[in-house]
Design a protein around this ligand. Structure first.
Ligand code: BTN
Length: 306
């Protein structure tokens, strides 16, 4: 209902009476008033005059009613430990495909390889639960689809040079703007769900401890509406995961990568491998050509461009 009220108010330049809203939406005027009060309470600037309501401005907010027909699968929290935990709980309770958990801030945001992900106000922090009908062996294609689509979305919206770094970071001018963490539960031949957790530095400032990080605000010199970034990404990503086998994802991802044809160092908990990144196979493994001429396939790790 709040989404519908906002839609009407946003398209009108004149005051809209409570009666008009109540007739149009089939709810009482008191109910209209209660919704408006709630919207005002969470930061919407809606002027209430004796003749009705006038929309002035919206906060940089990510409330479910901002997502149109996706509203029912969106779960928004001002602050959580990690959206990954909530997504996992929902997934285990059989939440629908493409359920999205969004947080304004995270107290214990998680990164890949057991690192933490600083999640202060202004960034985008969300986890999408998907249930692709694929075997686990090709599940990493979903992450490659996510990073590639995010890079495309940022390029289209802001005309910036967003690129992907193996496996799934998004960089702008060599600095990290987004990272992806994914968790999966599966049987031997079938994925039950994958939770794709994405952090994007939008209107937040990377701390001095993160010299290799950047944000949209830093690049563009102004704040941008997070909701527009998230909606554009979710629409494209939802479309992409409809493709049953995600067959072309990795080859498409390669068009946007900065990792291939350069010397890289891959660090895992157990080893460090260095070599020329010559390819990424259809399931996302990085193919390295080592100094002795041998070829090594790497499935996970931290990648450093030399
Ligand atoms: C990385 O580059 O290390 C991955 C970072 C992933 C961060 C996101 S923010 C939303 C979701 N919730 C988390 O706790 N982590 C992911």
């Amino acid at each position: 209902m709040k989404g519908q009220i906002l839609n009407i108010l946003k398209t009108e330049t004149e005051v809209v009476s409570g009666e008009t809203l109540s007739t149009y939406l089939g709810i009482s005027r008191v109910s209209v008033w209660k919704h408006i009060k709630k919207l005002q309470g969470v930061g919407y600037n809606i002027e209430a005059t004796p003749k009705g309501y006038l929309f002035i401005s919206a906060p940089d907010a990510l409330y479910p009613w901002e997502f149109g027909e996706k509203e029912h699968n969106i779960h928004y929290f001002d602050e959580v430990d990690s959206t990954m935990d909530i997504a996992r709980e929902l997934a285990r309770k059989q939440c629908p495909h493409f359920t999205v958990v969004i947080a304004g801030r995270q107290k214990k945001g998680r990164g890949r390889l057991k690192r933490s992900w600083l999640s202060s106000e202004g960034g985008l922090y969300f986890t999408i639960v998907v249930r692709p009908k694929i075997p686990p062996v090709i599940s990493s294609r979903v992450n490659f689809a996510a990073s590639m689509i995010l890079a495309q979305t940022l390029r289209n919206m802001f005309h910036i040079n967003a690129m992907v770094k193996w496996p799934n970071d998004v960089l702008v001018d060599g600095k990290k703007i987004s990272g992806i963490l994914s968790e999966m539960e599966a049987e031997i031949d079938r994925v039950s769900f994958i939770s794709i957790g994405i952090g994007i530095n939008v209107n937040n400032d990377p701390t001095p401890d993160e010299p290799m990080a950047t944000s949209l605000k830093k690049i563009l010199g102004k704040k941008v509406p997070r909701i527009e970034v998230l909606k554009a990404f979710l629409d494209r990503f939802e479309d992409a995961v409809k493709d049953v086998n995600l067959d072309n994802v990795v080859s498409e991802w390669k068009k946007y990568t900065e990792t291939l044809n350069r010397h890289v160092r891959i660090v895992t908990a157990h080893e460090v491998s260095e070599g020329l990144a010559v390819d990424v196979d259809d399931n996302g493994a990085l193919i390295l050509k080592l100094a002795d001429g041998s070829v090594k396939k790497i499935i996970y790790g931290d990648c450093f461009h030399e």
